[in-house]
Design a binder for this molecule. Sequence first.
Ligand code: NAD
Ligand code: ZN
Ligand code: ZN
Length: 346
Amino acid sequence: MKAIQYTRIGAEPELTEIPKPEPGPGEVLLEVTAAGVCHSDDFIMSLPEEQYTYGLPLTLGHEGAGKVAAVGEGVEGLDIGTNVVVYGPWGCGNCWHCSQGLENYCSRAQELGINPPGLGAPGALAEFMIVDSPRHLVPIGDLDPVKTVPLTDAGLTPYHAIKRSLPKLRGGSYAVVIGTGGLGHVAIQLLRHLSAATVIALDVSADKLELATKVGAHEVVLSDKDAAENVRKITGSQGAALVLDFVGYQPTIDTAMAVAGVGSDVTIVGIGDGQAHAKVGFFQSPYEASVTVPYWGARNELIELIDLAHAGIFDIAVETFSLDNGAEAYRRLAAGTLSGRAVVVP
Ligand code: NAD
Ligand code: ZN
Ligand code: ZN
């Protein structure tokens, strides 16, 4: 079967031909119907050899949707042909965090060698993929897999990040979204649907901000050196109750801290170069502001998102690519010329 793999440190991902996998006991084989391309893939492929821990060759793709093609021994209650999306942050299923649905924070995954698809295990950018357990599948019924697959990460990660801050998003409050790409454009929609906050979106060009406005941002601001001042002109002295940084480089984290209000949440989702940090301390950060770095989301939260998709709340922007030109999706992602999410349709 065809797959898009990262084969060599520093090289571009490439189209390869690999054997079609067979589901082992407890596993499920999916015929992939759609697979999303995430900026985190770009980050891991930028790592030098000594920091790269995902194995080579790596079949990419940690956002997956498919049809159940076969099940391994012991898997019951899952019909062949069912349309599903994949919950990606696989955990052990049994530790305290996993028992809460928070498999993204499984305390035993590392010790047990459990990795998400596309981030250690073979991913969704292929004609078929193995899912380690039916627990990691959410049926999507008649939803379009191409528009739904971004919810597994570009939706789930902002949903998890926003839910914890909802009590702060009272009427008259402000939420700031920095970076309105794959994750950010879904975050704006979630904020609009779930909260009463005025949503202010920041990105680097008018084109990007156009998408932000289209999906519901009340205000847009260019993310330049004057960004914090321009956001403050909107929020006044109260600042933002929630700042979501989907970029995570030093300048955006500095902007995030500069627009945060007293008692706010500053939530850094973007990985940036993996080196940037928020300055917290007296005269550095607002009183009682909390800075957090969340990772992906909980299993129940993906089920909730699929319910929201059935309710028709999302307008997910996608650009589609075939497996044959999957490498082009990564080039466009790295160049910052995508609008919304790149989705590969095998
Ligand atoms: P993306 O490339 O689709 O979107 C990034 C957006 O940020 C683009 O619109 C880009 O124009 C904009 N941007 C770039 N520099 C900016 C700046 N200085 N100011 C404002 N906007 C700027 O990326 P994505 O797939 O949405 O991922 C966003 C980030 O989140 C990445 O760093 C990714 O690695 C990370 N991520 C984290 C998690 C997690 O669990 N924490 C999950 C998924 C992705
Ligand atoms: Zn991702
Ligand atoms: Zn666990």
